[in-house]
Design a binder for this molecule. Sequence first.
Ligand code: SAM
Length: 234
Amino acid sequence: PALHRQRHQFVVDFVKENKPKKVADLGCGECTLLKKLKFHREIELLVGVDINGAKVKKKMNGLAPISTDYLQPSYDQLRIELYQGSVTQIDARLRGFDLVTSIELIEHLSLAHVEKFSEVVFGYMTPLAVIVSTPNSDFNPLLPGLAGFRHSDHKFEWTRAEFRSWALKVCLEFGYEVEFTGVGQAPSGLQEQVGFCSQIGVFHRLGGRDGCNMLFGDDTEDVFSYTLLYSINY
Ligand code: SAM
């Protein structure tokens, strides 16, 4: 299957296994991943955030319940919210989540903004789990005809070592642990050498639900910097 599908399937599999109740997708784009996640009964709150409001609006109506959704007696309460906003800015409505995903987002940020992203996600939102995917540049020599980055809007593409060093620093600073994996296999024999096409870090907050918030105490005044574009209750 296409690589973007494999990345989204990775998140779906994580949701099936870990059953988070509140899930936020950062850089949700056209809500493709959210549309897959809305079928998972355990989820009570599903939030999407993207800096590009027009992009979100294009296909957000596909998130509305279809008539058969109401015919399912076991359909639990689900609320969906979409926001226009930047992951470099805090918003109190994004705190307290079980899972935050950031799929192919960070490579679109300047390195200064990646620092902000780390503070906002791991230091302020402090979700129980975070999934971050980004291109693995060690894999790039296997991509035919590629000169430079995989996409013209990418500000960087990290090697596995660079991704690892960012992730481990985040863990130390904000109290998380991380496992490295990925999707998109290299031909057999090369996997060891180049890794996955998309590299993925799966972060868990140390101490789980009792883990504390390092950067901002609970007495910080609530900040609302995102704009609500859409909300619906199932
Ligand atoms: N996550 C989606 C997926 O897996 O298909 C979309 C990935 S797309 C390559 C990157 C997305 O990040 C775009 O929709 C872009 O508008 C969004 N984005 C870029 N900078 C952002 C920022 N500072 N805050 C929030 N979203 C941002």
